[in-house]
Design a protein around this ligand. Structure first.
Ligand code: ARG
Length: 597
């Protein structure tokens, strides 16, 4: 496995530092954020100067003088207060680009220590339907899963459907009202057979609204129904199963259309059988406390508090994080109980080293409670559990995205909207003329998904962004469609080369634009490692864009098929390497490149 240029420079610089008696730990060479000064930069002279009893400038001068010019790079120049600026040789760049061209993984390095990783993402709720709230979880989680797997970890994606909580009790209650009770078995059976997702999705919000507006009767009956379901009532389980199946089928279809796939299609309900033993275990370990009929598990350490305003306006100091509610006063398992039992289940079934939860940042407190509880109970180490939170997708008014009618937009409707816009754009660009209806529809779908996903992944996951389909769908600028278009353009060049029987050959770097492209190809591994370490696909999205831009400059300045001999062969190899790496990067982001467009 060939190292990327920054790592190779770091190793060489560390030798120089060691030779001079400077701590090689500070020899790091990185991509420069001022490429006009140098392509790579090391600023460790500043960190070691004090220990060496010298000025940073002097240390830098010493390091530059001690650097023996290698195939990799001539001695660095010095800038500012003591930065070392490196420019790699054309030879080193060509070698690296050649490696990327020949490597099946386009220069990506595998992880040093393989781990077993569960990625918990998607998380739609049965009965509530899948809406854009679950869009980010699905898009980011899918990408994180692919990144981890690509680098060599053993990974399980788990949908963790919300199929067990209060919402199920609520819909059962609504059905009870509709049928005037569950006594007539035949009537119930017939109703369950005719149940559709649209009905479920209408029933849930109507009843949720009633509870929200203070209908205590409905609330209490729904709580009882939830407890009955969890207590194993056969009637409740039958109704639950019908709702579950209707919802699941639709969600599988939605996920497939989004290009999201799970290894485990499990839900909260699957952890339920583990709860009685777990509660008994927590009890035996002395971790549970009674609290007004409920059972709680305290997770705050002594002295960890927050200020809380009481209803009468006075401010009190309370423990923080809040205790985890394990058993409600009705005897129901709560959201956190299920999450805790799911940890027990995963530790038993997948034996993961790490569980990543790709869930809205607003659930951060919930996960902190669950993780601490798991650590206290000895179910997992605290650092085996990690919440990868993200911000919201907002409407133009800056609050979480809603439809014009004020409701949450269903995922399938969003995808349809995006496809419609993609068709429009493709027609404007006269892409429709050359394709069969079937191929055109396939292209429109891929463009639509790329637009939605790239818009999401090009932001750091922690930041919120504004939903703007027109902007996402532009064929210019930092968008999914632009990237697909660049990839397709390279495919077409390679097809022409093949028709003309032109072969790729050894890569040589001469033109400035070839240099820029080779540098971009080299940067893939660094971007991938950062995306992996930070669980943040946007580093790869950024790379995809930089690579496409570098190719665009190369394409404008360096004729490929119109040139000749070794130059043509080299450029063709560069184009092929770019396509391979770009398509790989887009795949890691969950996007598919059409053959033509
Ligand atoms: N169903 C939850 C929701 O819609 C998300 C589930 C996230 N995963 C988890 N293990 N809690 O908010």
């Amino acid at each position: 496995m060939m190292k990327d240029l920054a790592s190779a420079l770091t190793a060489a610089n560390a030798d120089v530092f060691a030779k001079l008696g400077l701590d090689p730990k500070h020899a790091d060479v990185r991509r420069s954020d001022r490429p006009d000064l140098g392509e790579f930069q090391a600023n460790g002279a500043l960190a070691v100067a004090k220990a060496a009893g010298k000025k940073p400038q002097e240390v830098a001068q010493g390091a530059a003088a001690a650097w023996s010019a290698t195939d990799l790079a001539p001695a660095p120049t010095i800038a500012g207060p003591g930065f070392l600026n490196f420019k790699v040789t054309a030879d080193a760049l060509a070698k690296r680009a050649q490696f990327v061209a020949d490597d099946a993984k386009a220069g990506a390095s595998p992880v040093e220590h393989k781990r077993r990783v569960v990625v918990d993402y998607g998380g739609p709720n049965v009965a509530k339907g899948m809406h854009v709230g679950h869009l980010r979880a699905s898009i980011i989680g899918e990408s994180v899963k692919r990144i981890y797997r690509f680098r060599g970890d053993e990974v399980w994606g788990d949908a963790h459907f919300g199929d067990w909580g209060f919402q199920m009790g609520l819909v059962i209650t609504a059905l009870e009202d509709e049928l005037g009770g569950f006594d007539d078995k035949a009537k119930l059976d017939a109703r369950l057979k005719s149940l559709t997702l649209d009905q479920l999705e209408a029933i849930y919000p109507a009843y949720a609204k009633r509870v929200k507006e203070g209908d205590i009767d409905v609330r209490d009956r729904a709580r009882k129904a939830t407890a009955a379901l969890q207590g194993g009532s056969e009637l409740h389980r039958t109704i639950w199963k019908a709702m579950h199946d209707v919802s699941m089928a639709a969600q599988k279809r939605d996920f497939a259309s989004l290009g999201v796939d799970f290894d485990l299609w499990l839900g909260e309900s699957d952890a339920d059988p583990l709860i009685p033993d777990m509660v008994a275990d927590l009890d035996k370990k002395g971790l549970l406390e009674d609290d007004q009929g409920a059972r709680i598990l305290r997770v705050a350490k002594p002295g960890e508090t927050k200020k809380k305003k009481r209803e009468d306006g006075t401010v009190v100091e309370v423990e923080s994080p809040d205790p985890l509610l394990v058993v409600s006063s009705e005897g129901s398992a709560m959201y956190g109980t299920t999450d805790l039992a799911t940890i027990v289940q995963r530790m038993r079934d997948q034996r993961p080293d790490l569980i990543l939860y790709c869930v809205d940042q607003r659930q951060a407190d919930h996960f902190e409670q669950v993780y601490r509880a798991a650590a206290k109970a000895g179910y997992a180490e605290r650092d085996q559990l990690e919440h990868i939170g993200f911000g919201t997708m907002n409407g133009p008014d800056g609050t979480p995205f809603k439809t014009r009618a004020g409701g949450v937009l269903k995922l399938q409707d969003l995808i349809s909207q995006a496809e419609e816009k993609a068709r429009e754009r493709l027609k404007e660009n006269e892409v429709d003329a050359n394709f069969s209806k079937e191929e055109f529809e396939d292209i429109a779908h891929k463009v639509a998904i790329a637009a939605i996903k790239f818009a999401d992944l090009s932001n750091f996951r922690g930041t919120s962004y504004v939903f703007d389909l027109d902007r996402f769908m532009s064929f210019e600028g930092k968008t999914g469609p632009y990237l697909l278009y660049q990839a397709v353009r390279i495919k077409s060049i390679l097809r022409k080369a093949e028709e003309q029987q032109i072969r790729a050959g050894a890569i040589a770097i001469e033109h400035e634009s070839e240099r820029t492209l080779a540098l971009a190809l080299d940067a893939f591994d660094g971007a991938l490692r950062t995306a992996y370490d930070k669980k943040a696909p946007h580093f790869l999205a950024e790379h995809a864009y930089n690579l496409a831009q570098a190719f665009s400059g190369f394409f404008a300045n360096c004729p490929i098929l119109q040139s000749e001999g070794a130059v043509r062969a080299s450029r063709l190899a560069l184009a092929a390497a770019t396509l391979k790496q770009l398509a790989l990067t887009l795949d890691l982001l969950g996007m598919e490149v059409p053959e033509r467009m």
